[in-house]
Design a protein around this ligand. Structure first.
Ligand SMILES: Nc1nc2c(ncn2[C@@H]2O[C@H](COP(=O)(O)OP(=O)(O)OP(=O)(O)O)[C@@H](O)[C@H]2O)c(=O)[nH]1
Ligand SMILES: [Mg+2]
Length: 355
C-alpha cells in the first residue's frame, strides 16, 4: 500500500516537480544558464537575417576580417545584380538608353559575363559606367517602377555610397553590412548570453521552398519573432510573381500563430521596413492594393490597418502578439530587440515560477 501513497503527491508538490522539470529542460547543460530558444520566422526578404545581424552586433565583437571581405564581395554582387535587374526592366519596356549610356551598359554586362557575378572587381571604368547608368533616365524610370519586378532592396543605399565603396581599401561598415542581401538557405543559429540567460536564435530562409525546413526547429520554442516587411504592400512575392507580399505574410502568420507547436511560446511581431513604408505612403495608395482600406493614406492609418489584419488572425482569445514597428537597418531596432529580450525572459520565468 505504501508504494501507492508514494506516487500520489499533493497538488503543490506535483506543481513543484513540474516547475523543476521545466527549469531542468531550460537549463543549458554546459553553462548551467537558463536557456531560451527564439525562432525568427517570416517571408523572404522581410528582414530576419538583418535582425539577426543586429543581435550579433549587440552581443558579439562584430565581424572578422575574412567576414568583412566576404561582405565586400556581396556588396559588389548586390550592386551588379541590382543594375542588371534595372537594365533588364528598361529593355523589356522599351526604355532606351542614350549612346554613351549604352556603352556603359556594355562595360557592365561584359564585366558580369567575363568573371561571373561572384568574382567581380570594381575597376575605375566599371565604377564610371555604373554611375552613368544609375542616373540614366531609362534606369531611373525603371527604378520608379521597382514594385513591378524583383530588385535588391538596398540598391539606392549602395549607389549613394558608391564613391566610398569604390575606394581600393574599402572595408564595409556595420551600416553597409546591414544593407547587404543574401537569401538564407537552411537554418542559421546564433547564441549569446545576456541577463544571465543563454539565447539560441534560429534564422531560416523565408522563401516558399525554404519553409518546409522550418519544422525541424519547432520543438521547445520560447518565443517566435515573426517579421513582415510592411512596406511591401504593393509588391508580389518572387516565388510566383502574383501573390501580394503582405497577403502572403498574413497567411503565413495565421499558420504560425495558431500552430499547436507554439501554444506556449511568446509571439512577437515586427512590422518591419517602416523607413520604406513611410516613403512609399507618399506616392502609393494602399487602397489600390487593399480595397478594404478606406481611410486617408497616412502612415498611422496604414500601419493601424495592417496591424489589425495580423492581430485578427489569432484564434486564441487569451494570446496577443507583442507588436513593434521596426527599421532593422537602423540602430533604434536594438532598443526594440532589448525590450523583446525582456519580454521573453519575463514570460518564461513566469512559466517556471521563478518570478
Ligand atoms: N531600408 C530597409 N531595409 C531593410 C530593412 N530590413 C531589412 N532590410 C533589407 O532588406 C533586405 C532583405 O533582408 P534580409 O534580412 O536578408 O531578409 P530575410 O528575411 O532574412 O530574407 P530570407 O533569408 O530570404 O528569408 C536586405 O537587403 C536588408 O538590408 C529595413 O527595416 N529597412
Ligand atoms: Mg535571411
Amino acid at each position: 500500500m505504501g508504494s501507492c501513497e508514494s506516487i500520489i503527491q499533493p497538488a503543490d508538490t506535483r506543481e513543484q516537480i513540474k516547475i523543476s522539470k521545466q527549469i531542468e529542460k531550460e537549463l543549458d547543460k554546459k553553462s548551467n544558464l537558463l536557456l531560451q530558444k527564439v525562432l525568427l520566422l517570416g517571408p523572404g526578404e522581410s528582414g530576419k537575417s538583418t535582425v539577426l545581424k543586429q543581435m550579433r552586433l549587440m552581443h558579439h565583437k562584430g565581424f572578422s576580417n575574412v567576414e568583412l571581405l566576404e561582405k565586400k564581395c556581396l556588396i559588389f554582387i548586390n550592386i551588379l545584380q541590382g543594375i542588371k535587374a534595372l537594365l533588364d526592366f528598361a529593355n523589356e519596356n522599351s526604355l532606351h538608353l542614350k549612346d554613351e549610356e549604352f556603352e556603359a551598359e556594355t562595360v557592365v554586362l561584359n564585366a558580369i559575363k567575363k568573371k561571373g557575378l561572384d568574382d567581380v572587381e570594381m575597376d575605375s571604368e566599371l565604377i564610371r559606367s555604373l554611375k552613368k547608368l544609375w542616373v540614366a533616365e531609362a534606369v531611373q524610370i525603371a527604378y520608379t517602377n521597382r514594385a513591378k519586378f524583383h530588385l535588391t532592396e538596398s540598391i539606392e543605399y549602395f549607389f549613394d555610397n558608391l564613391d566610398r565603396i569604390a575606394e581600393p581599401e574599402f572595408l564595409p561598415s556595420y551600416q553597409d553590412i546591414l544593407h547587404t542581401r543574401a537569401p538564407t538557405t537552411g537554418v542559421v543559429q546564433v547564441e549569446f548570453v545576456t541577463k544571465m540567460i543563454k539565447f539560441m536564435v534560429f534564422d531560416v530562409g523565408g522563401q516558399r521552398s525554404e519553409r518546409k525546413k522550418w519544422i525541424h526547429c519547432f520543438d521547445d520554442v520560447n518565443a517566435v519573432l515573426f517579421i513582415v516587411a510592411v512596406s511591401e504592400f504593393d509588391q508580389c512575392i518572387v516565388e510566383d510573381g502574383i501573390t501580394n507580399r503582405v497577403d502572403d505574410a498574413i497567411r503565413l502568420f495565421n499558420e504560425i500563430a495558431n500552430s499547436r507547436y507554439f501554444d506556449k511560446s511568446s509571439m512577437i511581431l515586427f512590422m518591419n521596413k517602416i523607413d520604406l513604408f513611410q516613403k512609399k505612403i507618399g506616392r502609393v495608395f494602399i487602397s489600390n492594393h487593399f480595397n478594404d482600406f478606406k481611410k486617408e493614406n497616412t502612415y498611422e492609418n496604414g500601419m493601424a490597418f495592417f496591424k489589425r489584419k495580423f492581430e485578427k488572425v489569432i484564434r486564441s482569445k487569451t494570446k496577443k502578439p507583442y507588436v513593434h514597428e521596426t527599421c532593422a537597418v537602423s540602430d533604434t531596432v536594438q532598443i526594440v530587440i532589448n525590450s523583446v529580450i525582456d519580454t521573453v525572459v519575463q514570460e518564461n520565468l513566469k512559466d517556471t515560477g521563478m518570478i
